[in-house]
Design a protein around this ligand. Structure first.
Ligand SMILES: Cc1cc2nc3c(=O)[nH]c(=O)nc-3n(C[C@H](O)[C@H](O)[C@H](O)COP(=O)(O)OP(=O)(O)OC[C@H]3O[C@@H](n4cnc5c(N)ncnc54)[C@H](O)[C@@H]3O)c2cc1C
Length: 414
């Protein structure tokens, strides 16, 4: 499969479209096949954050250098965020530059998915939606998560509150994980991530919404719909096998700790295309440029799975102490994501035990982070405020409000 094509790509998400655009711009015939009716349909209006802390390079500079046009989608840059500690204390984290950019996922014209689709079409990519192809017939596998290691549930609502973001570490509301509030131009999202599998997951979302309503009384929340999805965290023995490239979440190129996978999705799609164009070896570059971050995140996740609110509180305190010292809150979180010798050591020691083999992985030696079982402390009754949140949602659902995930542990089957 040398430059010349045609190249077939499975999945028209961020990683697949990034690869397709790069190849088509180089004059190669590219066909992208997606089982869904459009790019971004998997997400349905969800807000997500493009992190800007894991390297010293601004992600938008990277995108421009790779030939992507960042004006094709709406991105709202933030330099601060409210940090909600597990004991409900709220402090502000800030930096001088761009800490992260919020983008919308979905099928609306301003979403990042449609921006990448537009770039692909302009480059001459052939897109085939509602088209089921076999993995064996494709050169690049970019079809997102297969298994489930964690899930996130959110509610999208109209609000009169100005643009705002908040990030909360709280093991009750977001077991093993975090919750967040994002408000952009009159539309809000409150989301909670569950890194332990729960029965009746809506309870966590209702209680989280109730918490934010209490904290931000002027939220004026008018629910529109509920969204969600799964994350698949895997380590692969090979990222290129039998002439096929595994990119984005299909290749396990994800952040095991908190699920910030978009940057790696685009990055890996671009690298796979560069290999096909004869400019690099994908396997080598993934190992050099991306895997150190993935391994660091495995170590972080291992540690995160062993702690609760006491350590989350200490993390928040340390974050604030570091920010006071440096007058910059981005350094602390950046360090958390970057490889160090001791996290490499943790990775080497723990990865044989924490990851489970995926027998259906075409002999690629895929090992997945299992969706952990619930703990005793995850059993609690909803507060009366959370019950009211649930009732309000039920009424909205009855009058047509949609939910884009069906089962507790999984988004709709691919
Ligand atoms: C609720 C939620 C919140 C998230 N928040 C963030 C965040 O804030 N920041 C961040 O960086 N990351 C976030 N992520 C992770 C991020 O969305 C993913 O890591 C990223 O989208 C992966 O890109 P991808 O190209 O691998 O897959 P996707 O962008 O999901 O694209 C995969 C595509 O493949 C298609 N497909 C699936 N199966 C097949 C098949 N058999 N054949 C053909 N096509 C197929 C799908 O329809 C889809 O279009 C979040 C994920 C979830 C679920």
């Amino acid at each position: 499969m040398a430059a010349g094509g045609p190249i077939h790509i499975m999945g028209a998400g961020l990683s697949g479209l990034a690869a397709a655009t790069t190849l088509a711009k180089a004059g190669i015939e590219v066909h992208v096949h997606d089982i869904r009716a459009d790019s971004g349909q998997r997400f349905d209006g969800d807000f997500q954050a493009l992190e800007n802390w894991s390297t010293d390079v601004d992600f938008f500079d990277q995108l421009n250098e790779w030939g992507f046009d960042t004006s094709k989608f709406k991105a709202t840059a933030f330099s601060k965020i409210d940090l909600a500690h597990p004991d409900d204390k709220v402090t502000e984290v800030y930096t001088n530059g761009v800490a992260y950019r919020i983008v919308e996922r979905g099928t609306a014209p301003h979403t990042i998915d449609q921006g990448f689709k537009q770039m692909a079409l302009e480059a001459g990519v052939n897109l085939h939606y509602k088209d089921r192809v076999k993995e064996e017939d494709c050169h690049i596998i970019a079809c997102g998560p297969k298994g489930t290691s964690a899930v996130a549930y959110g509610e999208i609502f109209n609000t009169s509150h100005p643009n705002h973001t908040a990030f909360q570490l709280n093991d009750k509301l977001a077991p093993g994980s975090y919750s967040y509030l994002i408000i952009i131009d009159g539309v809000g999202l409150i989301c909670t991530c569950l890194w332990r599998k729960q029965k009746g997951s809506e309870r966590f979302l209702n209680e989280t919404i109730a918490w934010y309503e209490n904290q931000y009384p002027e939220l004026d929340r008018q629910p529109i719909k509920r969204v969600g999805g799964k994350g698949d965290f895997t380590i692969n023995q090979r990222y290129k096998q039998n002439g096929r490239y595994y990119v984005g979440e299909s290749g396990g190129l994800q952040d095991f700790m908190w699920g910030f996978g978009m940057r790696m999705a685009v990055w890996s799609g671009y690298l796979a295309a560069q290999d096909i164009l004869g400019n690099c070896d994908y396997e080598v570059e993934v190992r050099k440029q991306l895997l150190p971050y993935v391994r660091t995140s495995v170590a972080n996740r291992f540690l995160m799975n062993r702690v609760g609110d006491r350590i989350f509180k200490r993390m928040c305190k340390n974050w604030m102490k570091d920010q006071a010292k440096r007058d910059d809150g981005l350094v602390w979180v950046g360090k958390l994501f970057r490889p160090t010798w001791w996290k490499s050591l943790i990775y080497i020691l723990v990865n044989p035990f924490v990851l489970k083999k995926d027998p259906k992985s075409f002999g690629r030696g895929v090992r997945r982070l299992p969706f952990r079982k619930a703990l005793k402390r995850d059993q609690w009754d909803q507060s009366s405020e959370a019950v009211i949140v649930g009732e309000k949602w039920k009424a909205v659902r009855k009058s047509g409000g949609k939910t884009s995930f069906s089962k507790d542990e999984e988004t709709p089957a691919d």
